[in-house]
Write a protein of this length. Structure first.
Length: 250
């Protein structure tokens, strides 16, 4: 689901292998169906374009539920088009984001947990034109960059990314400028553990701050702490507001 100017836009199942896009004002009742017909496949995630008149969805087509595909839909006339389809045993992680410079998404090898060698799966950040084409590694982040979650700023000009510069680097919050193809580290993490699930970050409405969920690096041994609770909050997951340096209004 994704908030729009008229209400909440969400995907719903309308058949065994069919989905739809709809609008609700908060009551749970469907106020409008957007697509001009059923969407073939199961929608896994969706977000809106910066202008709010189009949607990008990640879905699994009925002919091969293991495949991940990107499609866009024009909410004004209900038409849609396939943007790209991932080949091989790869999947889209989380929600694709629509920026002023095209579509961005996180993807990697499909997995059910850790790999056979005990390592966690590694995901990359990709970009693709909204008109369609083959995805490529997002310009500006480096070929070794490991992405976890992404979120576009309200104006569509910046992309917040939680990830690592390489598999052995610590996890940090970064901001990518797609137009300039520049990646900037916003945090310098040495003793914090950030949550990296797809929806574990968000922009403020004015695009001046990004919220993340993090905690101090936990001890590997059990501890009994005599301090008052407010002094050990950093040992638990909390919501942090991170200012974005150099923010300028469009």
């Amino acid at each position: 689901m994704s908030p729009g100017e008229e209400g909440l836009i969400f995907a719903l199942e309308i058949g065994a292998d069919e989905s739809g896009l709809a609008l609700t004002h908060g009551s749970g009742k469907v106020r409008r169906l957007y697509a001009d017909g059923p969407i073939e496949g199961r929608v896994a995630a969706l977000s809106l374009s910066p202008e709010g008149d189009k949607a990008v969805v990640a879905l699994h087509p009925p002919e091969d539920p293991r495949t991940s595909e990107l499609r866009t839909f024009d909410l004004r006339n209900g038409t849609g088009r396939e943007v790209t389809r991932l080949a091989g045993n790869r999947e889209i992680l989380g929600t694709p984001q629509w920026t002023q410079q095209g579509l961005y998404f996180v993807a990697g090898k499909r997995t059910t947990g850790v790999d056979a060698d005990g390592s966690e799966p590694l995901y990359n950040l990709y970009s693709v034109p909204a008109e369609g084409g083959a995805p490529e590694l997002a310009p500006g982040v480096g070929e070794d960059f490991v992405a976890s979650s992404i979120r576009v700023s309200p104006d569509g000009r910046q992309l917040a990314v939680i990830g690592r510069l390489n598999p052995k680097s610590p996890t940090n919050l970064y901001v990518l400028d797609p137009a300039a193809r520049k990646l900037k580290a916003v945090t310098t993490n040495e003793d914090m553990e950030m949550k990296t699930e797809p929806d574990d970050l968000a922009w403020s409405p004015d695009a001046k701050n990004v919220a993340i969920i993090a905690r101090g690096t936990p001890s590997t041994e059990p501890e009994v702490r005599p301090e008052p609770a407010d002094r050990i909050l950093r040992d638990f997951y909390n919501l942090y507001e991170i200012p974005i340096p150099g923010h300028t209004q469009p």
